[in-house]
Design a binder for this molecule. Structure first.
Ligand SMILES: [Zn+2]
Length: 307
């Protein structure tokens, strides 16, 4: 009896191990190329306009503005990225200190590591702290000033308009418009010819579309998003259209096929309705195949639940 039990256990362990490697392999080969590869891995510091620079650290990107009072950085992301950026800034601007660090929203993958930049002032939406307190956030540098609603900042002679975007990607999200540079920086709101990652986590779809439309109505040429490459205003409007196409097709799929769990092979029916039209328009974008299922599931559940 004991021998039989041991054999059953051994078979179960082998099956479980085999299963784990199959699942892991599937995830690694489908999702990994979205986050890693040539042009994504490593760091790059670039000038994008007269006074604005951008620093890429792997798939993350932030914005630096040079002013008469010192440097402004939007989003430190994490200690490793902030330390690498500080090294670049000390080399490129030896006479300038970091005057202001601004958090685009509370998310911890955007707000850790600010101490490495040693800023004089730290600005965040007033509600950020109410979320941070629920998580481990020792490496989030506390704001010295909180803001609510649209706020125009004048730092060292450069006007930076912080636009409050309401419930969109959290309810602490700002976009940043620098009129003198004809530039907009957004965090987790738009990409350049890259599909959304994992349906854009923490997204309220109607508010998110309203936020994209509000930013698209601004007067600017250069669009710097917080992930992957930067581009033009046209890239932002294309991205908005891509996201909205996906949502409208998911809505049509539910209308034609019924809600989840009511028919056989329902996921395949949803897939057929959404995949082919999306591939025709956006199949060449970075991450289309890798993220398709995750984005489809997000759009379907968003339409079913209303978020
Ligand atoms: Zn975020």
């Amino acid at each position: 009896m004991k021998k039989r039990l041991l054999m059953t256990l051994a078979v179960a362990v082998v099956a479980a191990t085999g299963c784990r490697s199959f699942i892991l392999e599937t995830v690694m080969t489908t999702v990994e190329p979205y986050f890693h590869g040539p042009g994504i891995d490593g760091t790059q510091f670039e000038q994008v306009s007269d006074k604005a620079y951008t620093f890429r650290w792997n798939w993350y990107r932030n914005l630096i503005i040079v002013t008469d009072a010192g440097l402004v950085v939007i989003d430190p992301m994490n200690t490793e990225m902030a330390t690498a950026l500080k090294h670049e800034l000390d080399r490129k601007f030896p006479d300038k200190k970091i005057h202001t660090l601004i958090y685009s929203h509370y998310h911890l993958d955007h707000t850790r590591g600010g101490a490495a930049l040693a800023p004089l002032e730290v600005i965040a939406h007033e509600k950020c702290a109410t979320y941070w307190k629920d998580f481990e956030h020792r490496d989030v540098l506390e704001p010295t000033r909180v803001i609510t609603g649209d706020t125009t900042l004048d730092i060292g002679g450069v006007e930076i308009r912080a636009l409050y975007l309401g419930l969109s990607h959290t309810d602490t999200l700002y976009a940043f418009h620098v009129p003198s540079e004809k530039l907009v920086f957004t965090a987790d709101l738009g990409l350049v010819r890259s599909v959304a990652p994992v349906g854009v986590p923490d997204r309220y779809a109607p508010g998110y579309l309203a936020a994209l439309n509000r930013v698209a109505a601004l007067d600017f040429d250069i669009f710097v998003p917080s992930h992957f490459g930067y581009g033009t205003k046209h890239d932002l409007t294309d991205w908005r259209d891509m996201l909205e196409d996906g949502r409208q097709l998911a809505r049509a799929a539910l209308r034609n096929t019924g809600s989840l769990g009511t028919r056989e092979r329902q996921m395949a029916r949803y897939f057929d309705t959404v995949y082919y039209p999306m591939r025709a328009k956006y199949g060449s974008w970075h991450g289309f195949n890798e993220m398709f299922i995750l984005n489809l599931v997000r759009d379907l559940e968003g339409e079913m639940l209303g978020h």
